[in-house]
Ligand binder design. Structure first.
Ligand code: A3P
Length: 322
């Protein structure tokens, strides 16, 4: 017999009660994390994760935009959305001008599954879906359907600083009440929303060795340094390459401008609205500074050395440079 939704929910609640809990010190207990299998996760995201694992059905046209939180997800979602929908909207009518990028593309683990299914049913070509899940947590059907995966990653020290401000913004704590040192310590000890950052990267990277043609890696800093080239490659990978004509007409530059931090962070919707997820998050928290190297304003030499050592240990031999 198949279980009803109520029964499944109840089972999940029971399971969650048995998991190790951690109340984030630097968020003064406002955020409870649960350890599920080998990583820490917020309760609401955990429910979404477990139900995605149990029942999400990927389709071959789905393209997954994967990332560790704070490594450029919002930007990647905006870019892919703009690339894919460029023929549907006149420049001044893009939904990105009135909608948070996170509300333009659903997120596996956060958006409810029925909604994702409706969205999959609606589109007959590329269907981008984002997720923060580590690679080994992806629902089986993503792998068996041979879906394409874009993975964005970023300098680890900048991710830590970005994470700190984001979490502090959600809990509305000042820097005195939530000192950076404590956030650093927890992050260093692998207590963050989706496990250890370097393991997250390594999981996707290792999987890419087996099926390189299904993976496309984007480095946040590279996208900043050379957006034209990187947006071109991204468009090719997701199956919407630019024609010569489009290149001449400046379509790539227009997409870059539309999705730029300067443009998006200044839009009314991103300044004053709230993200309609399970946690109340003000949209503006997704747009902070978008600078490369802001970590230098927060890290001590000792912190920096600790992270360098970790990167050395974990990434040596991979060719990945953070
Ligand atoms: P900072 O906190 O360093 O400013 P995510 O989207 O994965 O949550 O990551 C958020 C980080 O990306 C934040 O970094 C944010 O400012 C930056 N960001 C958001 N939109 C961006 C854009 N359009 N271009 C470049 N960076 C962007």
């Amino acid at each position: 017999t198949t279980k009803t939704k109520v029964e499944c929910d109840k089972e999940m609640e029971e399971l969650i009660k048995t998991l190790p809990q951690h109340s984030c010190r630097w968020l003064q207990g406002t955020t409870i994390l649960y350890k599920y299998q080998d990583f820490w996760c917020l309760q609401d995201l955990l429910k979404g994760t477990i139900s995605a694992q149990q029942s999400f059905k990927a389709r071959p046209n789905d393209v997954f935009l994967c990332s560790f939180p704070k490594s450029g997800t919002t930007w990647l979602k905006a870019l892919v959305f703009a690339i894919i929908t460029r023929e549907n909207f006149a420049k001044s009518m893009s939904p990105l001008l009135t909608t948070l990028p996170h509300d333009c593309i659903p997120s596996l683990g956060r958006t409810n599954l029925e909604q994702i299914q409706q969205y999959q049913n609606k589109s007959c070509f590329t269907t981008p879906i984002s997720t923060h899940l580590p690679h080994h947590f992806l629902p089986e059907s993503i792998l068996t359907s041979n879906c394409k995966i874009v993975y964005i990653y970023r300098n680890m020290k900048d991710v830590i600083v970005s994470f700190y401000h984001f979490a502090r913004g959600i809990s509305k704590l000042s820097m005195e009440d939530a000192p950076f040192e404590e956030a650093f310590d927890e992050f260093y000890h692998e207590i963050s929303y989706f496990g250890q950052y370097l393991d997250h990267i390594l999981g996707y990277w290792k999987a890419s060795l087996e099926r390189p043609e299904m993976f496309h890696f984007v480095k946040y800093e590279d996208m900043k340094n050379n957006p034209t080239n990187n947006v071109k490659k991204l468009a090719e990978f997701v199956g919407h390459p630019f024609t010569n004509e489009e290149e001449k007409e400046g379509v790539i530059e227009n997409i870059i401008k539309l999705c730029s931090f300067e443009n998006l962070s200044g839009l009314e919707v991103n300044k004053s609205d709230s993200f309609k997820g399970s946690l109340p998050i003000e949209n503006r928290l997704f747009f902070r500074k978008a600078e490369v190297g802001d970590w230098k304003n927060y890290f001590t030499d000792e912190m920096s050395e600790k992270i360098d050592k970790l990167i050395d240990e974990k990434l040596s031999g991979t060719g990945l440079v953070l």
